[in-house]
Design a protein. Structure first.
Length: 181
């Protein structure tokens, strides 16, 4: 049964995850089930305090939580250059063409394995298309974005959470609200 007013911001990874009573490795509690919806309430460096769909709450390693995408942008919104998915689609197409050309040269005997590795080093691409929805990897900014055909919104980033510089052992508490404020 889900707690009234509960709005998940993340889910537990598919393999489940350990949980703690406090942000202290010496105080473990019952692990969380795979794919359990949770709501992020507080962060302390890599630690995350979550409220679970079943009403439980616990501290977890926030780096392993899987973000639930926010609602897609409203289609009535004007298209802006920064939100236009076409430049990312063009970069993905160019990257794939470069990789395809290197594969063709390797298969044709024009490249050896070392030359192939050199030619493809640094190429990064990620595209998932599911009907009208698309997730694109933006290698330039190190993030995955979601697009509905007209606009982009950040879905996940390559950067891991970290404590602030002024308190390396214990990051200050950040209260997180469902609306992102």
């Amino acid at each position: 049964m889900t707690t009234p007013g509960f709005r998940p911001t993340h889910v537990v990874p598919g393999y489940g995850m350990p949980a703690w009573e406090a942000p202290d490795p010496a105080r473990p509690t019952v692990p969380l089930d795979p794919l359990l919806p949770v709501q992020l309430v507080e962060r302390r460096g890599d630690w995350a305090y979550v409220l679970c769909a079943n009403g439980w709450s616990a501290w977890v390693d926030g780096r392993h939580l899987v973000a639930v995408p926010q609602d897609p942008p409203a289609p009535e919104s004007p298209l802006t250059r920064a939100a236009d998915p076409r430049p990312l689609l063009a970069r993905a197409d160019e990257t794939l063409a470069r990789y395809r050309a290197a594969v063709e040269e390797l298969a044709g005997g024009g490249l050896d394995g070392e030359a192939f590795r050199g030619r493809t080093r640094g190429l990064r691409i990620g595209v998932v298309v599911d009907g009208e929805h698309v997730w694109l990897y933006d290698a330039q900014h190190g993030r995955w974005v979601y697009a509905d055909g007209t606009r982009l919104s950040t879905y996940a980033t390559d950067e891991a959470p970290r404590a602030t510089a002024d308190s390396p052992g214990h990051a200050p508490t950040q209260v997180v609200t469902p609306d992102g404020s």
